[in-house]
Design a protein around this ligand. Structure first.
Ligand code: ZN
Length: 148
């Protein structure tokens, strides 16, 4: 288990240093800003929809390694998915990082690396911030979302 945990930490570090889809998305038709005052994480998530599917997604902002890696991997995980699929993935992710679902049954793919966050309740908001922000963007909310 220790080796696996190290591997997970490496993946999180790697994504936080070189986040994927970290750019402006000029063709975005959905956008929201998320803020986690507990840690100071702040991200904008931009989405370009094609019908009901997420055709392109990008994020910008700053935050701790966990929040940035989570945003990076979130964008990779939901690209090409429908709004509903993205919502269901977020629900499984949320249950897993809060310790309410066994990661083995959550079907999270690479996102399973965040399961360890459930041992650190203060980091749950870091791991879920980008996902909350994505939901706000998809729901077309105008005001900034806060985890508080
Ligand atoms: Zn954070």
């Amino acid at each position: 288990m220790a080796d696996l945990r190290e591997l997970y930490q490496e993946l999180i570090l790697e994504h936080s240093k070189a986040p994927r889809n970290y750019r402006a998305l000029t063709a975005a038709d959905h956008k929201a800003e998320g803020y986690n005052p507990l840690c100071g994480d702040r991200f904008t998530v931009s989405v370009q929809m094609e019908g009901d599917s997420i055709q392109d997604i990008a994020f910008q902002g700053s935050g701790c390694a966990i929040s940035k890696a989570s945003a990076s991997m979130m964008t990779q995980s939901v690209k090409g998915k429908t709004k509903q699929q993205a919502k269901e993935l977020f629900e499984r992710f949320h249950r897993t990082v809060t310790g309410n679902q066994n990661p083995d049954s959550a079907d999270l793919g690479k996102l399973t690396v965040f399961a360890g966050v459930s041992e650190f309740p203060t980091r749950v908001k870091c791991a879920t911030l980008a996902w909350h922000t994505l939901q706000a963007a998809l729901e077309g909310k105008q005001e900034a979302v806060s985890t508080e």
